[in-house]
Design a protein around this ligand. Structure first.
Ligand code: TYM
Length: 377
């Protein structure tokens, strides 16, 4: 089961493509992206960004000089974990190579409505904490506007209303599984997540293509936004989806803030992160003897998967790890220790940049003055 709020069981990513009706990122698309961007990001070549909607159209428009804008987001329920960073790292790359604007939505309203917090102020506070991680990734302040929903709602509301009027309860019930006990804010919420898809068109007073890099779990919101878009006279937002980083506890679950032992938070202390990595499940044999004899199973090993997220490790090195795990010569303890070192040095660097971001928050926040008072009729 995959919804924006819950992912249960091992995900069959091929099935999701069929069920959601998206398209696979094929070799031919990679070639086209490379031709336009001049390079390919490892998240593409390693098959982590694997599905899309209308990427071809985005590239066609771009080549004709009709630049798209990027839109991505965060629901601030907790500190950020390394899974959340994937779509953002990729978004930053797209911003750099394509030279485009980005709207980054922080849905503090969502996390209040879905009961992650009892007070909206708490959700907003965590949202500003998360903004530090976004800035630490190195987004360009000139081209990046962060939307804190509760602070910008006056300008977003007219657009949210136009979206909401075109979404029925039976649609959101079918897409998200709402029940009669769901609160009415939850039922309305998808209209808010749709707003940034059209915000640049409203700001510019002409239709601007939108590209959303995000985890596949967020796709249901944008299926609805895509249905509504033509009725409002806007382009449908295009998407490119990443697979979800698995839990440290095993491939059957995704890394999730609601289970801290499943995750590495980017604010974790070095020792906590190291412990979490060293306690991770692996695809290794039950004993060292068995492992040496029969070898491990990297396919089902979260630790092996994590190696792919550290881009300094090149494809040849990943192949070597795969082969030595399979043959039984590489032991899980060594594999985890090497990953733990890498994670700790990443956290060190990130946390330093995160601290430097503290006095830069306002530089990135979208203000009411930057948006027109009412949407064009
Ligand atoms: P949130 O905060 O749950 O997740 C933020 C982004 O991280 C992705 N993600 C993951 N990616 C890889 N591995 C994981 N284990 C993992 N868990 C989450 C999500 O798919 C998402 O891209 N409602 C949204 C906030 C939002 C948004 C958006 C997200 C508002 N507008 C536009 C993407 C695009 C949310 O709660 O995301």
């Amino acid at each position: 089961m995959v919804t924006p709020w819950e992912v249960k069981g091992e995900i069959d990513y091929d099935k999701l493509i069929d069920r959601f009706g998206t398209e696979r990122v094929e070799e031919s698309l990679l070639k086209r992206i490379q031709a336009v961007a001049g390079e390919l990001h490892p998240l593409l070549t390693r098959g982590i960004f694997y599905s899309h909607r209308d990427m071809d159209w985005i590239l066609d428009e771009y080549k004709r000089g009709n630049r798209f804008f990027l839109y991505t987001g965060r629901g601030p329920s907790s500190q950020v974990h390394v899974g959340h960073m994937l779509p953002w790292v990729f978004t930053k790359w797209l911003q750099d190579v394509m030279d485009v604007r980005l709207y980054f939505q922080i849905t503090d309203d969502e996390k209040f409505l879905f009961r992650d917090f009892d007070r909206l102020a708490e959700s907003t506070r965590v949202g500003y904490e998360n903004v530090l991680d976004i800035i630490a990734l190195g987004f360009d302040p000139e081209r990046t506007r962060v939307i804190m929903d509760s602070k910008l709602i006056r300008r977003m509301y007219p657009l949210a209303l136009r979206v909401a009027r075109r979404i029925t309860f039976s649609t959101v019930k079918a897409v998200f599984g709402f029940t009669p006990s769901s609160n009415v804010g939850e039922i309305f919420y998808t209209s808010i997540q749709a707003v940034p898809c059209f915000l640049e068109s409203v700001r510019k007073g002409r239709n601007v293509p939108c590209l959303i890099p995000c985890g596949i779990d967020q796709d249901p919101h944008f299926r609805i936004a895509r249905d509504v878009a033509p009725q409002l006279g806007y382009f449908k937002p295009a998407l490119i989806h990443n697979k979800l980083v698995p839990s440290l506890r095993g491939m059957q679950a995704k890394m999730s803030a609601s289970d801290p032992t499943s995750a590495i938070f980017v604010t974790d202390e070095a020792e906590t992160a190291r412990e979490h990595v060293m306690d991770a499940m692996t695809g290794g044999g039950a004993t060292v003897e068995e492992h040496r004899k029969y070898g491990g199973k990297p396919e089902i090993c979260p630790v092996y998967h994590y190696y792919a997220y550290f881009f300094e490790w090149d494809d040849d090195y990943l192949k070597e790890i795969y082969a030595t795990c399979r043959s039984g010569s590489r032991l899980c303890g060594d594999c985890k220790a090497e990953l733990a070192d890498k994670v700790v040095s990443f956290l060190d660097r990130h946390q330093e940049k995160r601290e430097e971001a503290r006095d830069r928050v306002q530089e990135f926040m979208l203000t009411e003055e930057e948006l027109p008072e009412h949407e064009p009729a």
